[in-house]
Design a protein around this ligand. Sequence first.
Ligand code: HEM
Length: 224
Amino acid sequence: MKGFLSSSIGKKLLMSLSGLFLIVFLLVHLGVNLTMLFDPIDGTVYNKAANFMGTNPIMKVMEPLLALGFFLHILYGIIVQLNNWKARGSSKYAVVDQKDSSTWASRNMIWLGVFVFTFLIVHIINYYAVLKFGQPPSTHVDGVEMHNTFKLVSDLFEIWWYDLIYIIGFIALGLHLHHAFWSAFQTLGLNNKIWRRRLEIIGDIYTIVVVAGFTIIPLYFLIF
Ligand code: HEM
């Protein structure tokens, strides 16, 4: 098993499985965040949803799994990239890119990943860390005291440059996903021509939904 995970196909497999897990996480996270737009004045719907996500026992199990998913994805992403650079450096022949890996996004996955990671650090410090270890605002919903996560988010999104950092982060995430989505399935074996085309289309739809969905939120608080 250890030998398999350190082989190049084993590393790619881990990256693809952890990436698919993160792809599902993003959809769930987006769904919860979009509830902010249902009652954008006091944010009761979002606060209830965030409180449910923060206290539900299933989510308590998912949290360390999510951290592990990010950790494995980032670690193996770096290892695969370093191996690629090493292989390219030691090859005496010019490396000819395949057509499918010749897009700008595919050649810059590592840098897009580094950018998304930087965004993630800022994001975790501003939200997750404040909610878990800081003194977040609180509110009462149906007699239950809970974090006013809505206030935390909406106050930050009233700062234009903060929105800009987020929107740039979403664009980098979108470019990363544009290549990552079909590539993850290709690693799992769905790599014939028909499936490649289908997965590219599904991946692009997914990417547009995720990028547009996340972007609407800061824009909403900036404009209204
Ligand atoms: C408008 C966009 C977004 C908003 C408003 C938002 C809001 C939040 C909030 C409030 C939390 C803390 C939740 C809690 O601990 O109760 C959180 C956590 C988190 N966010 Fe986001 N987020 C956004 C986009 C993203 C994106 C694009 C990513 C990934 C690239 C992401 C990844 C995470 C992760 C990994 C956590 C920690 C795990 C969790 O608590 O679910 N978020 N986000």
